[in-house]
Design a protein around this ligand. Structure first.
Ligand code: KG4
Ligand code: ZN
Length: 354
């Protein structure tokens, strides 16, 4: 088989991402964000995001093609996020993916957004090991997974969050302390000036009798809210950097502890940490420190590829094509609440050999 050239499209939330990947190499990508249009609402408004995707789609595809120095006619497959995500936003990307696949006369892969977050790491760090533990920390999901061949194998959930995702906690706490949306980067910045040990916030579900791979961040958010309320009653100015740093430390400590323990339990020598929260400087720093102490190799994508983008979907499509996985029909549906079981949203079917 000649080297594939995969066009990847991502529209699950507020980023319109397009990427072109060929044989594990990112040739070019483009990203537009409607983040600023949502800031005054304190969160993403699905219909506003969908409209922005519609406007940005064709220009982003053109920009990515130009940067990669290829034509649409060179593309051999299209991969598109079909879930999970905001329904109106997903619909725009999926319709676009179908249209480009039809126009170019190439197969379509309707992929799982979170598998894309994991796949993007191969672009900078090469093929994944035979098996590893993956920590996915995004705005909507927090999971510890056992991952084998991303394109072919089922992804096994070791544990998930029972309430808020880690990124959601960053966004909600940012709002509580008057920082802008999206909260993660704002807390990351504010925390640089703060003392991570100023306030002892809880490390949720890290006790000896707690489920070891399960996460819960809603209690931590409530603890921050209580602390802020109590502090407001004193009439003093809120020490935003200290609250940000102490909250961030609690999240980083919780993620690091559970992820390293999962690797030890599974006998995995590699931890793959992906998703928007993997862009956090303290989470990266602490997880790296703990992995080094435990002799575990840590793989984290470059910061720019941790948050949503088109390269991650193209990277996953490229793995699927090279693994000989059968594509989806053009009437494939989106699923805004799809659970992560593998690379394809609707299950993986290997092509018959021969
Ligand atoms: O993976 P992602 O881009 O989108 C989803 O699939 O959800 O993750 C977005 C989340 C948001 O909650 C955002 O606040 C968080 O990732 N995030 C961060 C940082 N950058 C983005 N959280 C902490 N520190 C950061 N530097
Ligand atoms: Zn994401």
């Amino acid at each position: 088989m000649s080297t594939p050239l995969v066009l990847g499209i991502e529209t699950s939330c507020d980023e319109t991402g397009v990427g072109l990947v060929s044989g594990g190499v990112l040739l070019g990508d483009a990203l537009a964000s409607s983040m600023d249009e949502h800031a005054r609402f304190g969160g993403v408004v699905p219909e506003v995001a969908a409209r922005a995707h519609l406007e940005a789609m064709a220009p982003m595809v053109r920009t990515a093609l130009r940067r990669a120095e290829v034509d649409l006619a060179d593309v051999t497959a299209v991969a598109v996020t079909a879930g999970p995500g905001l329904s109106p936003a997903l619909q725009v990307g999926l319709a676009a993916g179908k249209a480009y696949a039809l126009a170019a006369g190439v197969p379509l892969y309707a992929v799982h957004h979170l598998a894309g977050h994991a796949a993007v790491d191969v672009l900078d760090h090469g093929p994944l090991p035979e098996r590893c533990v993956a920590l996915i920390v995004s705005g909507g999901h927090t999971s510890l997974l056992s991952v084998g061949d991303l394109a072919r194998d089922e992804i096994v959930h070791l544990g998930d969050t029972v309430d808020d995702a880690a990124g959601e906690a960053f966004d909600k706490v940012a709002r509580l302390i008057g920082l802008p949306y999206p909260g993660g980067p704002a807390i990351d910045r504010a925390a640089r000036e703060g003392d991570p040990h100023a306030i002892a916030f809880p490390r949720p579900l890290t006790g000896p009798s707690d489920p070891p791979w399960t996460f819960s961040f809603s209690g931590l958010k409530t603890a921050v809210a209580r602390w802020v309320e109590a502090h407001d009653d004193t009439g003093g100015a809120l020490p935003v950097p200290d609250v940000a740093a102490s909250f961030q430390e609690a999240v980083a400590e919780t993620l690091a502890r559970k992820a390293v323990a999962a690797c030890v339990d599974q006998g995995a020598d590699t931890l793959l940490m992906v998703g928007g929260v993997a862009a956090n400087s303290r989470v990266r720093g602490l997880v790296e420190e703990r992995c080094a102490a435990a002799g575990i190799a840590l793989r984290v994508p470059p910061i720019r590829l941790c948050t949503d983008n088109g390269a991650m979907i193209a990277a996953l499509g490229d793995l699927l094509v090279r693994a000989g996985v059968e594509p989806d029909p053009l009437d494939v549906a989106a699923d805004p609440r799809a659970r992560l079981t593998g690379a394809l949203l609707h299950g993986t079917r290997a092509l018959p050999v021969g």
